[in-house]
Design a binder for this molecule. Structure first.
Ligand code: UD1
Length: 361
């Protein structure tokens, strides 16, 4: 079996890594040979958003890098499609496997389907129903034409059936990102900011903010940041900032207890999540990582495509309304945040199940 694997942006890398490791393990175990070709679209190109993750997660050097870089959504998507069509025509495969919901996921899916290659979507069926999020559009387009769907939760499978997907092609296997988390728990690394800021276990907040809706409007960002800083005090907020957010924040001062740092490596970031008092975030994947690690997750969004992190895990949708943010902090500080548990099949063996399923088709 020949599979082309696509990875384009930071949140793809922790999902593709365990799939590669599972392919290698399966080949070593003497199962039918799975040959893979890893294609990096180059959507993320900064060392801090890309190469550091390849190193930490032991992802092999990609067989091809399309080097598309940053651009508007239309230009970036188009550039990926043009380059990926050449790539696939030169290197035909049985399956294209895509993960997640970034522009690279959707662009490569479109190309493969039009060449007649079957598409496997890992992390299919997630829905926020918020079409202002580019990721929601990417998820809907990808799932509407993919052939095989691997889901993180039963609910995602239900949503796929609702949109007309053949139930026989939907496989509930668990969460590949949690495979990476479990596989690396023994290797976590304390980042430099720990000693620099003399951090203490469970005595700091960790924050990530990069959604265009939260950071592109200067006034909103300033108000949000100052409210969060004030509410978190006297605890510090450690804030590894995406380049998009860094750019915006250059114009805005930060409260004294918000410490902005460069984007962290994978092993450092998970270390920081594990030891945090709580995580403040507008990310998708971090809602799942905090759930697995039983760390309160304070989500600064109005909706989520990952409802199990709320119904089962430690996540709460706080949103952006200042009153809700105040209530959220009250709950955190009083120690009344829910305990949460771990969703079904988030057990570190998801990638193995994916490869076994593909080999059985
Ligand atoms: C992408 C994903 C998003 C994911 C995020 C995590 C889409 C639609 N969005 O958003 O789901 O949560 O990655 O990191 O695919 N930039 C750099 N260096 C880089 C890449 C980007 O400086 O290596 C800057 C550029 O100024 C660029 C901006 O970040 O314009 C946005 O990058 P882009 O890849 O378009 O989307 P992200 O916001 O990173």
């Amino acid at each position: 079996m020949n599979i082309t694997l696509v990875a384009g942006a930071r949140p793809n890398f922790m999902k593709i890594a365990p799939i590669i490791h599972a392919i290698n393990d399966s080949n070593k175990a003497g199962n039918s040979l799975v040959k893979f070709r890893l294609v990096h679209t180059g959507q993320h190109y900064d060392k801090k958003l890309s190469q550091n993750f390849f190193d930490d997660l032991k992802i092999p050097t990609p067989h091809a890098n399309l080097e598309v870089g940053s651009a508007s959504h239309a230009v970036q998507t188009a550039k990926i499609m043009i380059a990926f069509e050449q790539e696939l025509l030169a290197n035909p495969c049985d399956y294209l496997l895509v993960v997640g919901d970034v522009n690279s996921t959707m662009a490569c899916t479109l190309v493969a389907k039009k060449i007649g290659i079957k598409v496997v979507h890992v992390e299919a069926g997630l829905r926020s129903y918020d079409l202002n999020m580019p990721e929601e559009i990417n998820r809907m387009v990808t799932d509407s034409i993919a052939d095989i769907f691997f889901t993180t939760t039963p609910d995602a499978g239900y949503k796929l059936v609702q949109m007309g997907c053949n139930p026989d092609h939907i496989y509930f296997v668990g969460n590949v990102m949690i495979d990476s988390l479990i596989g690396n728990l023994e290797r976590l690394q304390k980042p430099a900011v720990w000693d620099q800021q003399q951090l203490i276990d469970k005595e700091y907040y960790l924050m990530t903010l990069h959604r265009p809706s939260n950071v592109d409007e200067e006034k909103n960002l300033q108000e949000l940041i100052s409210l969060l800083g004030q509410q978190a005090a006297p605890k510090p907020i450690i804030f590894p900032a995406h380049p998009r957010t860094q750019k915006q924040l250059k114009a805005i001062g930060l409260p004294d207890n918000i410490i902005m740092v460069e984007p962290m490596r994978y092993l450092e970031f998970i270390y920081m999540v594990k030891h945090a008092f709580a995580v403040l975030t507008d990310s998708g994947g971090i809602q799942e990582e905090t759930t697995y690690l039983s760390v309160p997750c304070f989500t600064l969004r109005e909706n989520t495509e990952r409802p199990e992190t709320i119904s089962v895990g430690t996540n709460e949708l706080i949103g952006l309304n200042p009153n809700n943010i105040l209530e959220g902090f009250k709950k955190l500080k009083s120690g009344n945040w829910k305990e949460g548990s771990i969703p079904l099949l988030w057990d570190g063996n998801t990638s193995k199940r994916i490869i076994e399923t593909l080999l059985s088709l």
